[in-house]
Design a protein around this ligand. Structure first.
Ligand code: G3H
Ligand code: CA
Length: 325
């Protein structure tokens, strides 16, 4: 079922208390939404789907109308998740920079989302606090929760590009969380947006613990978010969760899953739509049973679902839905 902000907050509080993680899966189109919702439901897990500004523009089609795109994704998430009562599904706006303020407010006030990320991390620290606080005020009034960030996460995430990576300073994290009242805090600890080999990154899992301990000691315990988590090893993710992470963002992983599955399909089934060399045009009959998009896209959907199910197992949210009796 679709979660409003207060229920999503309950999901993260439970995750934090029991030290498991919630997978936040980036989606654009119905295939991905279906795959992820089915994965969460199969595992009796709560979960988050997230849409970037670019995803919303794409979803709208050639008009690139970001608000229409968000309405469309939100409607799909609500309808698909309404079929499952053993799993709560939230919808989140990923990395909305201050120039998308109007868009965020539209989604919040229109009840399209459960949570939003205001990413003003490229502004000065003071300005980041001011803007984040403004979003928190509007969001909380409308039963939506908020994720904020300081520092940079290296790599490319849709429209967000950064060559730098700045490790979060725990004292700054404390000041930011205290002054803004964000519900979730994205820490920069060495992950990269995009294709990553976990064994090659300089991951400061100790920093997650330092930030978490400091927030707890100051009475502002907050769910920590790990961005750029595709490619990390199971051990890295398990440790991150143990150290205070509750939201683990995944995008690239699913893009690779669907591409790989579809590529594999067409490698074997090429002659369903391409005439084999040496055969005459007259003799060749394309095979509708195999080129029907449901056949090959379906392979991609299965791959994404399986991948999400495995991630749920790694972060320990299986059978932990707040709706499980
Ligand atoms: O917010 C989205 C994630 O941080 C995506 O990271 O592409 O490495 O999975 P990823
Ligand atoms: Ca990554």
């Amino acid at each position: 079922m679709f979660l409003k902000g207060d229920k999503l907050k309950e999901v993260f509080l439970k995750a934090k208390k029991e030290r498991f993680g919630i997978i936040a899966s980036n989606v654009v189109f119905d295939s991905a939404i279906r795959s992820m919702v089915q994965a969460y439901a199969t595992k009796n897990s709560d979960g988050l789907l997230q849409m970037s500004s670019g995803a919303c523009k794409y979803a709208a089609g050639q008009t690139q109308d970001i608000k229409k795109g968000a309405e469309m994704i939100s409607a799909m998430v609500k309808v698909i998740s309404s079929q499952y009562s053993n799993s709560g599904i939230g919808l989140h706006i990923d990395h909305a920079t201050p120039n998308y303020l109007d868009f965020i407010v539209y989604c919040i006030e229109g009840g399209l989302v459960s949570s939003v990320m205001i990413d003003a991390s490229h502004e000065s620290f003071e300005e980041n606090i001011r803007i984040s606080k403004e979003v928190v005020t509007i969001a909380h009034k409308n039963n939506v929760i908020v994720e904020g960030e300081i520092g940079y996460i290296k790599g490319t995430e849709d429209e967000i590009v950064s060559d730098t990576e700045l490790y979060t300073k725990p004292e700054e994290a404390l000041e930011y969380v205290k002054k803004t009242g964000v519900d979730l805090f994205a820490a920069s600890v060495g992950t990269n947006h995009g294709v990553t080999k976990g064994s090659k990154v300089v991951l400061r899992l100790d920093l997650i613990k330092q930030i978490d301990d400091l927030l707890i000691a100051n009475g502002v315990e907050t769910g920590i978010v790990l961005h750029g988590a595709s490619g990390l090893t199971d051990f890295q993710q398990e440790t991150a969760v143990k150290n205070g992470v509750v939201k683990i963002n995944k995008d690239t992983q699913y893009q690779m899953d669907i591409a790989e599955a579809v590529q594999k399909f067409w490698e074997h089934e090429r002659n369903a739509i391409v005439r084999p060399e040496g055969m005459s045009e007259d003799d060749y009959i394309p095979d509708k049973k195999r080129f029907d998009p449901r056949k090959w896209l379906g392979k991609g959907e299965i791959a994404m679902q399986k991948s999400c199910e495995s991630l749920i197992d790694v972060v320990g949210s299986a059978n932990k839905s707040i709706f499980m009796k």
